[in-house]
Design a binder for this molecule. Structure first.
Ligand code: KIV
Ligand code: ZN
Length: 512
């Protein structure tokens, strides 16, 4: 059986970024884009350039930096959107414009207030204009799942004539089920004139937990591009998860007549990076990238695996990157070994001072922790390191007192805009006391939406990684902090979130 190439279109930096609080800075997007390139993603949807200047600059920077993946910018069908996307992707070695408009009756009538003819005209005009910037133009019929089939055929025929090279069929609201989705894809490919000249793509949301199943069904029906995100991040319940799609197709090569070019050993490192940057933890039982994905708990299973791995394992943990991530640096490692590991991880320190400071913290951590992993390194390099000018609040030192029968007390020294201030507060617990102490000086008035602690690696000497999600005036930001002391990690995470609320570089969610 001939094996076709299945294009992996990663939209972590666009649809993934639409998760609440997951909005990323330009530097964060660049770091993820570098790792996606290393993982050999075919197309990186880097953002929505007309959503904000920040997103325009992020897409442009990614287009400049990435050489091995196609860089895509999203655009509605308006002239300004398409031109903005065209300008943003201009520096790319290979650039794509992805233009979309809704085609379902409910979206056309209630949201766009446009007739089907007007929608078709807008789509044709957008595709023609996009072709002035690049030969690689994708058209999406938003809410295709609830669109009239004949209308979909008509609009797809027209945009293919206008020059679209990829036709994307989205299940925007996660409504479909696998049989129906595959059937829709198959009929579209059969019916639309010019279907053989384009790549058919599927883009599924996970509202019913079926995004991956629907995507695979579309692939069986002939789709040769899947749009997906790392860890299944995305609007509401998320998008189809890249790692699950890639590994389903690879593991069941006997069944699928296509494969991807993804370097699967990069999957776990990229998953961890995305989780660390967005503050979205990966659930332990998540397929492929969850901490328990390869852990065998029952005695019968353990016994089987010890006798013959394949009794209970259909994939090898090392094939998806579970063991490639171990850092061979230790307490005695030098600065240049540390620097070259950062480079391998796609982290570029902006100045020698920032590198020295990070190296100092690495040494400090190595004194407290026997083994250091890449996850520890990612946690060491907060975005303050990459953008030192944007650190308004910094933890200088802390002291906690917690005793049975007493209210816990936190006493902190903070650097606020370069000046040291001493604060203290009591609270329901040491974390509560810490946040109250910080608020006594920051007075942000922000709402705490989420507080979560995760162990970065295993063992009681592991660093705890804390995520704090704050909301203020319609903005939602995630702050992260890591330390072997989780109260210190909590203080760092809270301060990191406050710095993001302060920073003008932190972009609002493009959908807001
Ligand atoms: O879900 C959706 O319809 C989208 C489009 C922009 C492709 O994200
Ligand atoms: Zn989407």
């Amino acid at each position: 059986m001939a094996t076709d190439h299945l294009i992996i279109f990663d939209t972590t930096l666009r649809d993934g970024e639409q998760s609440p609080g997951a909005s990323m800075t330009r530097e964060e997007k660049l770091r993820i884009a570098r790792q996606l390139e290393k993982m050999r993603v075919d197309v990186i949807e880097a953002g929505f350039p007309s959503a904000s200047n920040g997103d325009f600059e992020a897409v442009k920077a990614i287009a400049q930096a990435i050489k091995e993946s196609t860089i895509c910018g999203l655009a509605r069908t308006s002239e300004t959107d398409v031109r903005r996307a065209g300008e943003a992707i201009k520096p790319a070695r290979s650039g794509r414009i992805h233009t979309f408009i809704a085609t379902s009756p409910i979206h056309m009538e209630k949201k766009l207030r446009m007739t089907p003819d007007q929608v078709t005209e807008a789509a044709i005009a957008a595709v023609k204009l996009a072709r002035e910037y690049t030969d690689d133009v994708e058209f999406s019929a938003e809410d295709a799942v609830r669109s009239d089939f004949d209308f979909l055929c008509r609009i797809f025929e027209e945009v293919i004539k206008a020059g679209a090279t990829t036709i994307n069929v989205p299940d925007t609201v996660g409504y479909s089920i696998p049989e129906l989705w595959g059937e829709r894809m198959r009929r579209l490919i059969e019916r639309v004139p010019g279907a053989d000249k384009v790549v058919w793509s599927t883009h599924c949301h996970n509202d019913l937990g079926l995004a991956v199943a629907n995507s695979l069904s579309a692939v069986i029906a002939g789709a040769r591009q899947v749009e997906c995100t790392m860890n299944g991040l995305g609007e509401r319940a998320g998008n189809a998860s890249l790692e699950e799609v890639v590994m389903a197709i690879r593991t069941r090569r006997d069944f699928f007549s296509c494969d991807t070019r993804i370097d699967a050993t990069q999957i776990v490192p990229v998953s961890k990076l995305v989780s660390q940057i967005t503050g979205y933890p990966v659930q332990p039982n998540k397929a492929v990238v969850g901490a328990n994905a390869f852990a065998h708990e029952s005695g019968i299973h353990q016994d089987g695996v010890l006798k013959h791995r394949e009794t209970y394992e259909i994939m090898r943990a090392e094939d998806v990157g579970w063991t490639t991530n171990r850092l061979t640096l230790g307490k005695l490692s030098g600065r240049s070994a540390f620097k070259s590991r950062l480079t391998e991880l796609g982290i570029e320190m902006p100045t020698e001072e920032a590198l020295n400071a990070a190296f100092g913290r690495f040494k400090d951590l190595a004194d407290r922790k026997r083994e250091i992993f890449d996850e520890d390194i990612f946690a060491l390099i907060g975005d303050e390191e990459l953008m030192p000018d944007h650190e308004h609040y910094r933890l200088v030192s802390s002291l906690y007192h917690s005793e049975t029968g007493e209210l816990p007390l936190a006493r902190l020294t903070l650097a606020v805009g370069g000046t040291e201030q001493h604060v203290e507060a009591v609270g329901g617990g040491p974390v509560d006391a810490t946040f109250k102490a910080i608020e006594s000086v920051a007075k942000s008035g922000a709402n705490l939406l989420l507080y979560s602690v995760n162990s970065i690696t295993t063992g009681t000497d592991a660093q705890g990684e804390v995520t704090v999600r704050l909301a203020k005036d319609g903005r939602i930001v995630n702050g992260q902090g890591a330390d072997t002391d989780i109260i210190v990690a909590s203080a760092k995470a809270y301060l990191n979130a406050l710095n993001k609320l302060q920073s003008t570089l932190e972009r609002v969610n493009p959908q807001v």
